[in-house]
Write a protein that binds this ligand. Structure first.
Ligand code: ZN
Length: 182
């Protein structure tokens, strides 16, 4: 395991636009180590996605994994580990749906965020291949949350009504039955 400390809201690096990853950097040992650090940190913290800036590396890469055996997200579509490099996100349908989001960089809080539910993401993968994914529903929200980190945006910026920002305990007590994302 090679875990790293997760930067928390308030750290200026989380508010910067991350730098593009150079094509020939992707196959480097340093980049492989970055992905391992991100993966181990995400697993240790119990997240389903993490972006490089969250462990202090201002580069355009995020990972997302919703394992098949994940019980917490029983009713949602699963995805194997995705390494998303230099992504470009396009909204295909602006109709929005809200989920209660959490973030490893904003520990202890949940907030209700509405986002477009049909998107397209073009990115480079670890094999240097261009990929295009069309996503909807919960996964579309997960992607938007993670890719926002690459432009210095946190989910709290997108909460329309701060009455829907809650500590975990109060969230469990008062809001848990609503859709959740963390
Ligand atoms: Zn986050």
């Amino acid at each position: 395991m090679s875990t790293k400390p997760v930067l928390r809201m308030g750290h200026p690096l989380l508010r910067q636009a991350a730098e593009n990853v150079a094509y020939d950097e992707i196959k480097s040992e340093e980049f492989s180590q970055l992905i391992r650090d991100m993966y181990d940190t995400m697993k240790q913290e119990g997240g389903i996605g993490i972006a490089a800036p969250q462990i202090g590396v201002s580069k355009q890469v995020a990972i997302i994994e919703l394992p098949e055996d994940s019980e917490r997200y029983e009713e949602v579509e699963k995805t194997p580990l995705l390494v998303i490099i230099n992504p470009v996100l396009t909204v295909l349908d602006n109709e929005k749906k809200g989920y209660w989001e959490g973030c490893l960089s904003v520990p202890g809080l949940r907030g209700y965020v509405e986002r477009p539910q049909k998107i397209k993401v073009e990115f480079t993968d670890l094999d240097l291949k261009k990929q295009t994914l069309e996503l909807d529903g919960f996964l579309a929200t997960v992607f938007q949350h993670e890719l926002d980190h690459l432009s210095g945006t946190l989910y709290v910026d997108k909460i329309k009504d701060t009455k829907h920002l809650s500590y975990e305990e109060e969230f469990i007590q008062f809001f848990r039955d609503e859709d959740t994302l963390e």
